[in-house]
Design a protein around this ligand. Structure first.
Ligand code: ADP
Ligand code: MG
Length: 320
């Protein structure tokens, strides 16, 4: 994407979300993160379970109250979206696809009625006939046979359920789709199919994605840029290719080393790198921030660490 024409759809500024703030059981689910999601891009958000990824997604959707900082959607602070009509438009513009595709469907509704329900709630389509046309088109768009219209969730495989979930999300013509571990529960072969479908739909329907995952294996195929999250903090943000070629933060390295390799010989010698968080604890008053180590490649570190990261970057590019 040309830097000149990049327009932010989402701007997250110093966002914090603490659960039970100020109490003994306080959880810093999001601890001062900043990032943008540009129109038309797929931003991958990756990190182990408990890192704060889902909370981030939920906060963008206004499903969680913000502790401090702000989120802008197309330039507007989402806290200011309050009027009924504005809220409805906002909810239309952003849709979520969930991890458990089966559980997210109503078992008593056929595929057709599930999608039709979404159209009705959001007042899309002039009449029944038109809505049926849209349902048919959506079922086709997600690669299902029209005969699926009358089937129930229990008659579908996991991958097929997820396709219905995607069709339902698309029914309201959203601009941003937040896919929270949307493929994690699926077989690996099916994961690739759903990722390919999401890529196709993004092109044909002008979508922007926040793609959340707990490992780095599939994210690379769909993401333009990736943010690596741990303990409520973004530790590294880089264009997708860059992140795999030159992972700088040790936590990113550990996530990368966890991906199995297809070649059995290579897999045998694959080294797991573990991340020791205590080596990256900073004092309250230290100058720790996201520093741009290379163009568009940011690492969360102390000012004193910049030179080392720059050297590491040069080294990795030479070896690549
Ligand atoms: P991820 O999606 O990366 O696994 P989450 O955003 O779900 O992480 O959770 C981040 C942290 O916030 C975890 O420690 C989790 O237990 C905590 N958390 C999430 N939701 C709540 C809640 N409603 N109340 C208290 N703690 C929560
Ligand atoms: Mg989660």
């Amino acid at each position: 994407m040309d830097k000149q024409e990049k327009k932010a759809m989402i701007e997250v500024r110093n966002l914090k979300k603490y659960f039970n703030a100020g109490k003994k059981d306080e959880v810093k689910a999001i601890d001062d993160i900043s990032f943008n999601i540009y129109e038309g891009e797929t931003f991958g958000l990756v990190g182990e379970s408990g890192s704060g990824k889902s909370t981030t997604g939920r906060t963008l959707l206004k499903l969680e109250e913000i502790t401090s900082g702000e989120v802008l959607f197309k330039g507007q602070n989402i806290e200011e979206v309050r009027k009924r009509k504005e809220l409805l438009d906002f909810r239309n513009a952003m849709q979520m696809i969930f991890q458990d595709p089966y559980a997210s469907l109503n078992p008593r509704l056929t595929v057709g009625n599930t999608i039709k329900g979404a159209l009705e709630v959001h007042h899309i389509g002039e009449n029944r006939q038109e809505r049926e046309q849209i349902v048919k088109a959506l079922i086709q768009a997600v690669g299902l046979d029209p005969s699926f219209t009358n089937r129930y969730p229990k008659e579908l495989s996991g991958g097929q359920c997820q396709r219905v979930g995607i069709a339902r999300a698309l029914a309201v013509e959203p601009e941003l789709i937040i896919a929270d571990e949307a493929i994690s529960a699926l077989d690996v072969s099916i994961q690739a199919q759903v990722v390919n479908l999401l890529i196709e739909l993004k092109e044909s329907m002008n979508l922007t994605y926040l793609f959340i995952a707990h490992d780095l294996s599939m994210v690379r195929f769909i993401s333009d840029r990736i943010g690596v999250m741990n303990s409520g903090k973004l530790l590294e943000i880089a264009p997708s290719n860059e992140l795999y070629k030159a992972p700088l933060h040790p936590y990113t390295e550990s996530l990368l080393s966890a991906i199995p390799v297809a070649d059995p010989e290579e897999e045998r010698y694959r080294e797991r790198v573990s991340y020791d968080r205590s080596t990256h604890q900073y004092e309250e008053n230290e100058e720790v921030a996201m520093y741009e180590i290379a163009p568009e490649h940011f690492v969360y570190c102390h000012a004193d660490e910049i030179e080392d990261y720059q050297a590491k970057y040069e080294q990795l590019l030479q070896n690549a």
